[in-house]
Design a protein around this ligand. Structure first.
Ligand SMILES: *Cc1c(COP(=O)(O)O)cnc(C)c1O
Length: 384
């Protein structure tokens, strides 16, 4: 699984076309901020699924390893394998489903698999080799997990001889706010989770590490404790909504910028159109720039036709026409000194101006998570 960000041969030129820059200093600062509020005895277990929310899983996990972080979460077994092949050390927990045909990868690459029901536990146990697992309890999200009422099934999983159970966890689904309703639901989830644990302890089972907090859990309900906090979105300096940032107990800095090359500069006469479908027609003579990035790279098509801008030479350049698969065009009539080979910023700061992931998410009617995880393999990830 050689990724573009790891190609070391001479064909690799890191800022050739379009790329993502990750600010290492900000990543480190975000981690320091979480460490201030982590409950006692709790460590970070960063979530680097979906290519680290589009940020580049290998680059991010490598940097986190360097900063002393020794546990990670991924969604799929392949994501875990990719980290191992690139030298990532420590525990790697697969949060999602792994097909039985791929159980060998769990063993070969020392990955920890989530067990989310009795039948799946039996399947893993029947594989015949020792597999390290964490048990996932469904305390109210009703996604993956075994229900607390199925306590006898849970006991049964603990005596399966090929499962090495080193952890138990649950996931909160209403932790984004401290509203009365959300706080009550979260409390209920906490109680159910710790009840299962006390039943297990009564039976003499060591539960291993317990974990309950994701980003919003850590920010809003740190008292829930646990030995790990599975922090995803906040690690990257983002939250679900921009408004949440100001009420947040820590200061978060977004780590990602998205940049592209200006590959052609051209003049358009009044009345001429730009792009597919003739959706833009110049009302006067214009200068436009063609950028080497498009929706196949993950730039939302929702930026088309003036809805979005990029930054060039510290100024806003409106998108004209439709964003294409591999290119997009912007109006630079009012921006002096734009040169072919120069850089345009799709996300990030340029001089006084800034374009944020939140702005793109709002244009797309989605959350920052979705915007970021659409950034494709085609973009190189560069730590700066
Ligand atoms: C994705 C995920 C996380 C991380 O969530 P964030 O809100 O991004 O911090 C934690 N735990 C589980 C089970 C997840 O699926």
């Amino acid at each position: 699984m050689n990724k573009t960000n790891n190609i070391k041969d001479k064909s690799f030129f890191p800022k050739g076309r379009s790329w993502i820059e990750i600010d290492k200093g900000r990543l480190k600062k975000n981690i320091a901020e979480f460490e201030r509020i982590l409950p006692k005895g709790c460590q970070l277990m960063p979530v680097v699924k979906a290519n680290a929310y589009g940020h580049g899983a290998v680059s991010i996990a490598n940097e986190l390893n360097r900063l002393g972080i020794k546990s990670f979460c991924v969604a799929t077994v392949q994501e875990g394998v990719e980290l191992r092949k690139n030298g990532i050390c420590g525990d790697i927990l697969v949060l999602g489903y792994t097909h039985s045909k791929l159980f060998y990868l769990l063993c070969e690459y020392h990955l920890i698999q989530t067990v989310f029901d009795h039948a799946y536990a039996e399947l893993l146990n029947a594989y015949g080799k020792k597999i390290e697992v964490h048990l996932k309890i469904d305390t109210g999200m009703h996604r993956l997990g075994i229900c607390p009422e199925a306590i006898n099934e849970i006991f049964d999983i603990y005596i399966m001889k090929n499962l090495i159970i080193t952890g138990i966890y649950t996931h909160l689904c209403a932790a984004e706010t401290l509203s009365e309703k959300d706080a009550a639901y979260t409390k209920k989830q906490e109680i159910l989770f710790y009840e299962v644990i006390s039943e297990l302890i009564k039976r003499g089972h060591a539960c291993g590490s317990k974990h309950i907090l994701a980003s919003y859990g850590l920010l809003n309900y740190p008292d829930l404790g646990g030995e790990y906090a599975r922090v995803g979105i906040a690690l990257y300096g983002l939250l679900s909504e921009k408004d949440h940032v100001k009420d947040c107990p820590v200061s978060l800095s977004p780590v990602l910028s998205l940049k592209t090359r200006i590959v052609q500069v051209r003049n358009i006469y009044a009345g001429e159109s730009v792009g597919y479908g003739l959706l833009y027609t110049a009302d006067s003579d214009k200068t436009i720039a063609v950028l080497a990035v498009g929706y196949a790279d993950g730039v939302p098509r929702a930026l088309s036709c003036g809805k979005g801008n990029v930054l060039i030479n510290g100024k806003q350049a409106p998108v004209i026409g439709r964003v294409c698969m591999d290119q997009m065009m912007v109006d630079i009539t009012d921006i002096p000194n734009v040169r072919v080979g120069g850089v345009a910023t799709v996300i990030g700061r340029d001089g006084e101006e800034e374009i944020t992931v939140y702005q793109l998410a709002e244009l797309c009617g989605t959350n920052p998570h979705e915007v970021c995880c659409h950034f494709s393999e085609r973009l190189e990830r560069i730590l700066v």
